[in-house]
Design a protein around this ligand. Sequence first.
Ligand SMILES: [Zn+2]
Length: 374
Amino acid sequence: MNHPVTWSGVASDAEARTGVMTTPHGDVHTPNFMAVGTRGTVKALDTEDLDGLGAEIVLANTYHLMLRPGDDVIFGFGGLHDFMSWNGPILTDSGGYQVLSLDPVVNEDAVVFRSTYDGARVELSPEKSIAVQESLGSDIAMVLDVPVNLPASRSATERAMLHTLRWAERSKAARSRSDRALFGIVQGGTDVDLRAISAKETADIGFSGFGIGGLAVGETRTERSSAITAVVPELPPSAVRYVMGLGDTEGILDAVSRGVDLFDCVLPTRIARHGKALTRDGDLSMKRAEWVRDSSPIEDECPCVACRRYSRGYIRHLVNTHELLASRLLTLHNLTYTYKLMEDIRSSIDSGSFESFRCEVVARRRQGLGHRNS
Ligand SMILES: [Zn+2]
C-alpha cells in the first residue's frame, strides 16, 4: 500500500506531541496551523507572502472551487498547486461543512443544496467529493461527512455519525489516486460515547489521518475537551489528528495538550479584515480612538512588516478609512502571531515544558484582556 502522507513523532510531553508529516509537496512540522485559502487564495495575501510567513501547508475549500471556477478548469492548469502557484502541501476539505448553511437535503446517497453563486441545484456525493479533490490534486483530501445542524438531538447526532461512517467507506473506495492521501472524519457531537465509537470505527476503515469534525461550532470548552479526549485514544498513534475549524489561542493550546497535531481556522485572517489584531496580550481592535496618535507598533517584538514599519496610529487610520492595506497588514500580523504560537508550542513540547508555556500564554492573554476591559 502506498502512503503518500505519513506522520512520525519527534517528542512528546504528557499527551502533547511534536512530529513531522510528510506529504508529496513537503514536510509539515506538527503541531501546525493551516491558513484557510477558501477560493485558492488566503485572502489579502499572495503565495510569496505565505512563503515569507513560513506557512508549511494551506487549506482550500472544495465546495467553492468546484463551483467557481470549476475543478475541471483547475485540472486544466495542472491542479490547484499550479493554478494558485503554491508549491507547498494543500489540504482540501470535502465540502460537507460549507453546505451546512445552505439548508441541504441529505439522503443516503448524497447531499443536495442550492449553489450560493447562481442558485443551481448541486448534488455532492462521497464519490463526487473525492473526484473533485483528486482533480484539484490536493495532497490531503477529506472524506465527505454528513452535516448536522445544531443544536441536534442525540439520535440525530448518532444517525449522522453512522451515515458519515458509511460515506467514509464509500469515499475510501472511490479513491483513484494512490499518490494523494485521504483523511477520515470523526463525528459524534458532544456525546463522548458517540465520539469514541465514531473514532474507533473510522480508524477501522483505515486512514493516515483523522479530522475531528463538528467542533468549534458553539459547544463549551469543556464539551470540546471531553470530545477530543474521547477520540484520541481510539486513533492509531501514527496517524495525524486534526481538529477542524479550531483556531483560537486557548482552544489550540487545550487541543495540543490532548494530543492534536493539526488545525485550521478562518479566525486569524477573518478578524484581520475586521480590523482586529491577535496579540500575546489578547485581541486588539485597531479601530479604537486611543491609537490615533500612538506611534508604537501593534506588538513590540513582532517581526511582521506591520509591526516593523508601521504604527498603531497609521494602521488605525487605514482600518477606519477601509484601505485595502489594512486587511493585508493585519492578515500578515495575525498569521505571524499564529505561526509563532505554533512554533513556540513545538519547541516547548520538545523541551518538555509545554504545560508551563501554556499556562504562561493563557495567563498573559487573560491579564491583557482584563486590563483593557477595566
Ligand atoms: Zn506584527
